[in-house]
Design a protein around this ligand. Structure first.
Ligand code: 6PG
Length: 244
């Protein structure tokens, strides 16, 4: 695995199995040094985390101490029922949390049984009751969309323009409908941010993030520059091909 520092955070490039193991190692490291009243680990949506969940289940790679105490959630969510294949938390639950028998009181889905704005309010209340006010996740995992989005910050998103300080929000997007998401302020309140993306299909998005001029409203994942000191990118060779 190669490593270098960039203006968007620490960039690790290597084989997929090593990147998957590194995602666990980063969380374990953060867990060992956490002073939070409850250790929170947020997963992301998409195909990459689903492959990682399967790998973690097969390899039994998550340390017992983490499984025994971490609180699990997702950093962004679609406003769909948990049993939908579109539900980010639902997928984490089906592929990882349920097989690992994580108790219900340490699984924290966004509550999609109410309108989106109330879902976000309820989620903020849940997180505050766990870790206190204005504290993000101990570990926040993110992906990178083909359109350069991360979390639910899509190009032109109001979240990238009007930062009211809320750590989590509901946002209506033109193409994707309602989304529930950590905000840029939320990212800046996290302990560790891990962006995992793989495959040749991500090479152009990676190039835009790392090589184009800074314009997060057009290229949302560039917002990670505002918290680069806590960001680690886990990228395979194919996805890194255009930023060599
Ligand atoms: C979502 C996902 C999304 C995802 C990226 C990368 O809910 O839409 O969270 O933001 O992280 O699209 O997905 P892949 O892992 O499939 O590339």
């Amino acid at each position: 695995m190669t490593e270098r520092m960039t203006e968007y955070g620490r960039l690790l490039v290597g084989p997929v199995s090593e990147l998957f193991a590194q995602a666990v190692a980063l969380a374990a490291h953060q867990h060992a040094r956490s002073t939070a009243p409850a250790f929170t680990w947020a997963f992301s949506g998409g195909e990459t985390p689903q492959a990682w969940y399967r790998w973690c289940s097969e390899q039994r790679s998550i340390p017992a101490s983490l499984l025994a105490s971490a609180h699990f959630t997702v950093s962004d969510e679609r406003h769909v029922p948990l049993d939908s294949p579109q539900s980010n938390f639902g997928n984490a639950d089906r592929l990882l949390l349920a097989p690992l028998r994580i108790p219900a009181d340490r699984r924290h889905p966004w509550l999609v049984d109410r309108p989106p704005v109330q879902s976000a309010e309820a989620y903020i209340a849940t997180m505050e009751s766990l870790v206190g006010k204005k504290r993000g996740y101990d570990v926040c995992m993110l992906g990178l969309g083909d359109d350069d989005h991360t979390a639910s910050f899509f190009p032109g998103s109001p979240l990238l323009q009007n930062d009211d300080g809320a750590l989590f929000a509901a946002v209506l997007t033109v193409e994707k409908g309602w989304r529930l998401t950590i905000t840029p302020a939320g990212l800046r309140a996290c302990g560790q941010i891990v962006v995992m993306t793989m495959g040749a299909g991500k090479a152009e998005a990676m190039r835009r993030v790392f090589r184009d001029n800074y314009d997060p409203i057009a290229t949302p994942a560039q917002i990670l520059k505002t918290c680069a000191e806590r960001v680690v990118w886990l990228i395979d060779e194919a996805a890194a091909a255009k930023i060599a």
